[in-house]
Structure formats: structure tokens, C-alpha cells
Design a protein around this ligand. Sequence first.
Ligand SMILES: [Zn+2]
Length: 426
Amino acid sequence: MSLRKSSLYCAANLSAFYGPGALNRATVKGSSLKTSDTEQIRLANRKLVVDYLRVHGPVARVDMGPVLKLSPATVTSITSDLQKEGLLVEVPAPSDNVVSRGRPRVLIDLAVDTQFVIGVKLSINEIRLMLGNQKGSIVKTEVIELQTLALSREGLTEALCSALRMFIAKLPVSQKPKAVGLAVQGVVNGHQGEVVWSPALADKHIELKAPMQHELNVPVLVANDANCLAMAVRQQPKYQQLTDFAVVMLGYGVGMGMVVRGELYAGHHGAAAEFGHTKYSPDGAQCLCGKRGCIEAYVGDYALYRDAAAVVRLPQDDHLHPNEDRMMELVELADRNDAAVLDLFERAGRVLGYGVANYIALMSPETIVFSGPGIRAYRHLEAGIRQGLSSALVSELICETSLEAVPWDDDMTGLGVIALALQEVD
Ligand SMILES: [Zn+2]
């Protein structure tokens, strides 16, 4: 494991898992303890505390230890250090949260304005910059429209750095970012900080991490947008206790973020999980990746719109780049029971069901979450998904896995990449 991989994904691992294995994992790593091992465990436990506060705060110290499986002395030591560094504050508990003698409990919470990071979402013809505070909330957003497909690799780096410099220049000194996280549509090598291929870009194999770090003089991480979405879902209290689940990101393309044993799983080469480019039908529909028969070639926005344009009258736009309005028009046609469009959504659902069946058969997850902009059509996809799933997999393997839809908004990817960037500085 490279140092880079360790710093990004180890943090994600530890922050994403608060079950009984969290401390055990840290302890096993340090089973032949040296001073450096002890320090690693202390830092790992500190990350656990910070991340727990980020999702659940404000909380009482006494309530945090049992959940994180940390001793009261460890929690006190870590929170005292954080308080001295100005990263943590004490806040009074709400009036209904008092001990029996009527003395108000003191809760602890992350200080909001002590550390800031910037999340950048790069998608087709858009750069979205978001300032995130210590608690992982987005406090400022700026959107820049530009023709991303016309950018050279050098032009892309310059466009991103220029946008970031202008964004940072408008911030007060106290909000200068300590890290930048970049979420990109497409195949990303997170370890190398390289965009391998993206529908938003004409060039392939564009290394962004090193040149952007050099230009901006802050740590930069590059992540696939579906992995960022999985992190955002993982930050929601409902999903935070899950240890094995996948988030299917529906939208222009189809992506997946995998959480395996509490860890955001990027694979050996850092490019997992390209669920959308696994195959549904050899030699089937044309996919943007250049191959045929990928799941995305039936489910991605461009595929749905392309296939719908062949059977119903649609505006004569660029069928390969339908915008949100165009996709909503498709959903509205389905809402009005247009048989041809309903068939397309049902087929897309079935294709997803087959893909998800493969994932369930291989990984046996607790939950499959669907989200992303394409969730707009979930009510028309769901029956197909369940049909595909039940025809592809024996019921004994399906019944343990739940399917859920999580509402989408434009901030989801940003919240996820901000969460990853904060873990760079925690
Ligand atoms: Zn493909």
C-alpha cells in the first residue's frame, strides 16, 4: 500500500466504521506495539472521534465512548487535545437533557469555523466549487460554466487552478482551505490522482493531483463522483452504522461506491467500482466508454434519451447530452403512461436488477442504495429492478439485502468530497 493510498483510504476506513471492529482493527494493526504504532492508534482513534462528532455532534463525552468502543480515559484525552487546539467546543445540552439532580449536561461539538476545505465537482461543462467547514457543511458555492470537452490536459489543470485561485482570493484569511478535494465523473485512479477517462473530457489519463498541489500548495485528492456520493450517504445517520453496502449513482453515467467492511473500497488500482461498465449484454447497446452492452448503455441519461428519441418525438437537441429539463420531460411522459417510455424505464430497471444481482451474489451486502440525479425516475425503474433481480438470483440470496432510494440534490457529491478532504486534514 502506498503512502498516498494509506493516508486517504485508511482515514475513510476508520471514519466510516464505528462498530465493534473499529478499535479492534486499530489494535490488531498495533499488536506488536512500538511507539510509532501507539501513535498511529492514537491518531486513528482521534479520527474516529472527529468523524463521529461530524455526523452526530453535539454529544456527551460519556455517550461517545461506548459507541466507538473507546475507554472514558481515551475519549477524555482525545477531546481535551482537540479542545486545546480549538477544534472542539463545549456547548450546553438542551434543557430537557439534564441529569437527575438538575445539573445541565455539557455536550461537545466540533468548532465550526476552525478548518475549511474546498470540494470541487467537475462534470460536463461545469466546475462547481464548494467551501466546506469543519463540520462538513457547504457554506459557499460557486458554479463556473465552461466547455470541458474542449479543454486540453494542460488547459484543464489551468482552468481548475484558476477557478480555485479566484474562489480562494474572495475568502477571508480565516477560511483559507487546508485541502482540496476533486470529484470527477468517470474512471479515476484515486491513488495516483489521475482521471483515467471521463465523459466530461476529451483527453484520457490526465494527472491532476501533483500539478494542482504544486500550483495551489495545499493537499489535493481526486476521487470518482460515485465514491464521493457513497461517502455522503455514509455521513447520514441512517446509513452510518452499515458496514457492507453499495451506492449506485444514476445519472448521465452509472457509477457505484462500495463500502466493504466499513471501508470505502477503491481496489488495488484505485479505480473501483465501475459498475456501469460491467456487461449486461455482449455486443449490445453502444456505451460511451467505447464498448458495447454495458449497464450504463441502457441506464445512463444519454442512453435513455437516445433510445427514447428513436420511439417518441423529442426536442431536436444533442441527444447525447440531455439536460435535466429534457430528462424530466421523459419522466413526465412515463407519468402520463406513455407505453414506449415506460418500456424503456422498465428495461433500464431490469438491466440494473441484473447488475445488482451480480453484486449481491458476489458481495452479500446489507443494502443497495440508489441515488444520483437519475433517481428522478426511480418510481418507473423500481419494478424492473426487482424483476431483474428476482430473475437473476435465487430468493435465498436476495432476501437479506434491502434496496433503498436516497433523494438526490446537487450538493450530495460536494458533501462527499468535502468529507474526504476533511479527512486529509483531521
Ligand atoms: Zn461502458
